[in-house]
Design a protein around this ligand. Sequence first.
Ligand code: RP5
Length: 176
Amino acid sequence: MAKKPTPKQKRKTIKKIKHPLVGIVMGSQSDWETMRHAAETLKKLGIPNEVAVHSAHRTPDRLIDWIKNVEERGAQVFIAGAGMAAALPGVVAAMTAKPVFGCPMETRVMGGMDSLLSMVQMPGGIPVGVLAVGRAGAINAALLSAAVLALGDTKIAKAVEKFRVDQTKAVPLTPE
Ligand code: RP5
């Protein structure tokens, strides 16, 4: 009988989704606390997504293999979260012509301004759509991905519409 993997061994295996529509990648395990909001938002909308940790700097070969593989399995949009000298979304955009949304992480030394500027200053020809720093950006990257997918998918369009209606209803008239 195979031995139960330790938590460390488990982290080495990506949970492959058969037909992911969105590929979510982050540069480090430390980004997950923020990037999980992108995955959770897509889950609420019923959009299949695959989540992976691959670094543009520390694991470049692994990153490129994953981009090609997840695209072959159906990914239509990519979300890339990274912090500091945040090259990750730019590298993803260099490897695929699909839309790429960048999520800048909040950082200890510069508060996320470093991540934001690294992502937003892409040279002409290789676009990355950059969202807000931190949690809001991760949520909005998922919603923007859903809006792109909704252009060709009525089920997703309805889910996005419902999300907006529910969100409006949830805003109180007075503070509680
Ligand atoms: C980036 O460096 C990652 O995206 C992360 O935000 C930052 C720091 O990484 P760790 O040192 O926490 O692994 O590549």
